[in-house]
Write a protein that binds this ligand. Sequence first.
Ligand code: IMP
Ligand code: MG
Length: 188
Amino acid sequence: MRRDIERVLISQDRIALRVHELARQITDDHRSSPGGGAEVELTIVPVLTGAMIFCADLIRHIPIAMKIGLLAVTSYPGRSVASQGSRVIGEMTGDLRGRHVLLVDDILDSGGTVRLVKRMLKDSGAAAVRTCVLLRKDRPSAREVEVDYVGFEIPDEFVVGYGLDFNNYYRNLPDIVTLKAHVTQRTA
Ligand code: IMP
Ligand code: MG
């Protein structure tokens, strides 16, 4: 696995620091928001599978009562390195009516996933929907989608690690990295 890495874009140490900062910002904003406050619960909705690791780290630094709801979305099936359009393939969010929801995703690329899921969550009757993505690619379609929290701005390159995959592999790499061209270009 290690020999497939081209370069480390964001190290695990930088990720950990930034995740901590995001959690503090989310906590402060929630406590000071109208209709929020320390006593108001959150529902955290990570978009599976990519946001699993980011979300697990993030929520352990948010000391607010919360439930977790799960949504599974596919957009890069198999060996794709470009979005094939987003589709919800599993939903276990629980009752969101009147809830303060935080949608958590790994990366904003075409923006299709966040746009789709945000609309779904709002239509479920949530009182408020905020969005947090770890990475945002430097491309117009990603910048057009409104999000509340962004971990890192990155170049428009295909990345894996810390939850992000290629063909469902490399999610367990602790750093965010690019892959050597022969890995993503290999057929079969
Ligand atoms: P979007 O719908 O095009 O914004 O893409 C969002 C989803 O595509 C993310 O949740 C990822 O699962 C996947 N994705 C987008 N870019 C990458 C990448 O560079 N590496 C791995 N997965 C990606
Ligand atoms: Mg994903």
